[in-house]
Structures are given as C-alpha cells and as structure tokens.
Design a binder for this molecule. Sequence first.
Ligand code: CS2
Ligand code: MN
Length: 344
Amino acid sequence: MKMTFRWYGEKDCIPLAYIKQIQGMSGVVTAVYDTPVGEVWELSALERLKSLANAAGLEMEVIESVPVHEDIKLGKPSRVRYTEAYKQNIRNCAKVGVKCICYNFMPVFDWLRTDLKFVHPDGSNSLAYDGAALAALDPDDLHLPGWDESYSKDELGALLAEYKGMTHEQLFENLVWFLREIMPVCDETGVNMAIHPDDPPWDVFGLPRIVCGEADYERLFAAVPDPHNGITFCTGSLGASRENDLVALAGKYAKRIHFAHLRQLKYDGDVNFYENGHQTAAGDVDVFGIVRALVRNGFEGYVRPDHGRNVWGEDAKPGYGLYDRAMGACYLTGLFEAVEKEEK
Ligand code: CS2
Ligand code: MN
C-alpha cells in the first residue's frame, strides 16, 4: 500500500510541503487541469507537476483523472480521434513515471450532491445528498452545487439531449469499446487503469450509470479481463447504495483494485446521506473491515483519504480541506499498519 493525497496542482491552496508533513505520505495524486477534455496533455506540463512533487519529497505515480470525452461515452464517430488522444495521454503519463490512472465513465455529471456545506452538530461541515431535494430540481434549468461553472445552460441542454434514449447496454458497449482500444497501450506501458464508481451509484436525471456494484464489475471484467483494467474502490460512492457489501467487494476484488478512495458516509433516510470523518465509528462504512479485507487478499495499490469535512474553521474546496483529510490519512495508515502486522 502507498498512501497518497490529492493535490489540485499549483492552484491548490494546500502547499506540497504541508502534504509532505503528513507522516507516511508517499506522494500526490494530481492532473493537468488546464487542457480541454479530449486533448493531449503537454509532456512539459506533466514534467513540471512531477518535478514540483519530487522537490517536495513526494512521488507522482497516480493521475486523477484523465477525463473521458463525452463523445467516447456517446459512441460518436469522433470517439476514434478522442481515444487516440487518450492513448497519447497514457504514454505521456508513463514517461513521467505514472503507474495508475483514475477515470470515470459517468455521463455528463461526475459526483452529485445537493449540499456542499451540510453542518454537523459539532460545527464541522461536509457534503451531503438529499434525494427529495434532487428530485425537486427543474430538469430544464438545472443548477447543481459544484457544477454551475462546468456547463452553460445551452451546453447542458444539448448534451442531455444527446443522451436521450441511451440504454445501460449501449453505454456499457461504449466503455468496452474504449477499454479494448486502450488496453494494448496499458500493456505496453504498464499503466493501470482504475475506473471510479458512479457517485452516487444509481441513474440520475434519466442518465444511465453502469459502475454501481458487483454485477457491473462482473460484466466489465468478463468483457475486458486484462489486469490493467481495474478499479478505483471509492467507499463513499459504492457505499451510498445499501445493496453493496463493501467488505465483501474489497476482498473479492483486492487484486483488481489499483487505487482505493477510503472515506466515510452516514445514511440519513432511504437514499439520503452525509459524509463524515474517516473513522469507522463515524458512519455506515466499515472502514476497518475494508482495510482488513484488502490486506488479507493481497491488495497492493495506492490509497488516498477521500472527501473529508471542513474542520477547525478551514474553508476549503468542499471535501478537499487539509485538516480532516490529514487526520483521515493518519487513521488509515494506522489501520493498515495494525492489520499488516497482525497478518504477519
Ligand atoms: C472524486 C471524483 O472528488 C470526488 O468526488 O472522487 O470526482 C473522482 O475524481 C472522479 O470521479 C474520478 O474520475
Ligand atoms: Mn472517490
């Protein structure tokens, strides 16, 4: 296991030196943020990120994310061109020592929440999801917390229209087509692909979602068995569905899990939940059980604390403050140490 920390590049208000001061931290997880989706990242941009990380004593072996262009998800003819660019991105990442690329295949929206500052009784705050609040939104004039800058009203309307009628099977076929294209490049470079589950793991606004739990993983690995086709095991995403037994999934897929996002959430009604600090007792995700299942089943991937709360008056990017993720990283490192020593 290697413990890592997400770093949003030079615009991140958290200095690399602070990340390095978190004991046990091996490296950062980052990306090139200023290149439009679907284009090739400049090798020099990757080299710069790597040299900044290395100068701070940190590695840069994981990229999150190399985003997948919507035309690939839609299966349009232009997917060929965008996939060629994606292959070049994999090669460029490999050139600077990247071993794992996290990505997702969610149409239009990545994560979805209805509240970015849900206040807890102790005064901290976190992201939260309320199904009724989501259902009450006007589908023709969507404003979602965290997404308003990503699309104009017209762009969003046009994109949603393109997905009209798309079935789960079609979206899945488009994912398989994409993976079969890029797997030879992964074999050649040794880069592991790690698909992030859908967050939350169910359809939203009529858009199909196809990475929600065990049945989806079984279908995916049957179609593309290459070991470079792997998982980002995000406990907060998978854990939002009560149908997912995360301890069982962690054990079953330990060797397919190239990257683990470990975090906590607490159910608050049927499909409602809020996020919380990483400790096992703080929510409904059995963080300890998951770590034990990973270790016992030969997990050798990267780990990062995922969303934390805003605590101690910090007012950071929702989910990505320094303090609570640093506490989470230390807690997780402690769990791994304890389980690994017990297992020896
Ligand atoms: C992350 C995702 O912050 C988050 O919610 O877990 O945005 C993740 O980076 C992407 O889904 C990966 O492609
Ligand atoms: Mn995640």
